[in-house]
Write a protein that binds this ligand. Sequence first.
Ligand code: DGP
Length: 126
Amino acid sequence: MAYVYDDQNIFAKILRGEIPNNTVMETDHTLAFRDLHPQAPEHVLVIPKGAYVCHDHFALEASEAELVDFMRTAGRICADLGVQPGEGGAGYRTISNAGVNGLQEVPHYHLHILAGRPLGPLLAKA
Ligand code: DGP
């Protein structure tokens, strides 16, 4: 089944400059900005500039340049936030929700980076 991308989603509007955002980092293929409703003291969203719906879409169909750029950008943000466990930071969590069961609200692929407090168990009880 082909992925169907809705270009009216809120992150597509952010990428087109139709809605403002609090940018943390921008590269050729990737944009990172602060979440509007932060769930932790640090809550950054990393998105590809390409039209990908969710993680599997991006992982399966993005170019190597896009994939590398996205992952390196996410890593650099962790470094800039000072949260890398290997560098003495207190750690963080990355999350990517997909589809109905993942409770994905915005259908443009994004990685949440959450940090700045103990984040508790991975999943709430259903
Ligand atoms: P998800 O449920 O994984 O699709 O998370 C979507 C996130 O996007 C949620 O944490 C809130 C955030 N969000 C929604 N609308 C906006 C917006 O207009 N600007 C920003 N910066 N974040 C938004």
